[in-house]
Ligand binder design. Sequence first.
Ligand code: BG6
Length: 487
Amino acid sequence: MVSRVIPVDPFDLVIFGGTGDLARRKILPALFRRYLSGQIPQDARIVGVARGDLGRGGFQGMVREAVCDFGQGAADKAALEAFLNAVHYVQIDATGLRGWSDLAEILQGDRVHAFYFSVAPSLFGPLAERIHTHGLAGPNVRIVVEKPFGHDLASARALNATLAEHFDESQIYRIDHYLGKETVQNLMAVRFGNMLFEPLWNSQYVDHIQITVAETVGVGGRGSYYERAGAMRDMMQNHLMQLLCLIAMEPPAKFDPDAVRDEKLKVIRALDPVKPHHIVRGQYEAVTGQESEFPGYREAVGNPRSSTESYVALKAHISNWRWAGTPFYLRTGKRLVARSSVINVMFKETPHSIFGEEAGRHTNVLSIRLQPNEGITLHVTIKEPGPGGMRLLDVPLDMSFAEALGPDGRHPADAYERLIMDVIRGNQTLFMRGDEVEAAWGWTDPVIAGWKARGEVPKPYASGSTGPGDADQLMRRDGRGWRGINP
Ligand code: BG6
């Protein structure tokens, strides 16, 4: 099974913040991989924009390095040189006037012009305004904005209002890179492409759902951003919220951007406020051992009194007909025991066991692994083989997508490849609409305000563990337990 590549029409992609970290690590390597696959036409143009006086040659050198370090550049030198021919550079100060006419000169024709704002959110407004005043905001223009989209509801509203002054909502692509992950989209395929699960997908049959996004990395060099964000803003408000929406939403009538986003929005609006005792914050501590040595969170951010959480676990309730009574347990954290993002749909026990108490009680679990080792496992109950009575056993029906697709069936490994191509094609399904982002902040803000009002500090947890013990307690109180965090 080989993934099909459908070339997009010629386009110009302008990357503001073209020399920044995200451009080098993600955007440029993703573009090169799509170029290698034949999806990007020869006459497409990629225009890096930054404040520095790099010149075209300097920027091309930087792109070469980026795709060699983070992409497959080293593997195909000829293709890399051809790709670099499509790369241009313009020196612009986002808040000044210089350079805009140079950009206008490069961008010609009535092709799609995509402006990627890979810059601080404070520059979104000035950039949008200048694109407009320099006559670059035609109907074929799309703008792409990165997270964080605001810091709270008020700032997200202000950003939406600023962008709306110059662009229609249909031109705005708000990135949540989790939506570009292969398995995240597979969630929709599994739910709505099969008859098997949907009839059981409700509180009558599902006991609870667990969503875990565990990372082994710490905050690294992003301390100053992370100190102001914490896991609640950095991961829960966006990535985990999107997963929750896709797992809980009603079937949209069509797989079209607004139909899907309408259904996701309804989920967020049906979320109950989180009760203070249904949420646990944690902060990782240092590891000092013979084999590994990692700084704790406070050392990493250089703030010995930091009360920012690097871990959060919570119980959410969705008040609608489908889900009333089925809790959703969500957790995410840094420096945990393994990198593992998985959704576990935990079905209820059978109403009655015909095999008697000694056979034990068993439940079905549908595990959707987002990363690594993407795939789906359905845990079913069977008879333990052999003579000697009826003993029951849980066995996994396992499907690994890598195996199913076969050695040649590469699917785009990086979410950015898919998302950027969707921008060019004008498909907003995998991008967050303004009202969705605002609703997500509306649910997040009171949680954060509550911590502040109560003066709560995060619970310490050991690096390399599964998080603070209180998170286990959160489940245990309900007679449940987290499934393991396995790589
Ligand atoms: C980013 C967060 O949005 O997602 C990071 O800002 C986090 O803190 C990252 O590490 C996780 O993404 P992925 O694709 O590695 O799971």
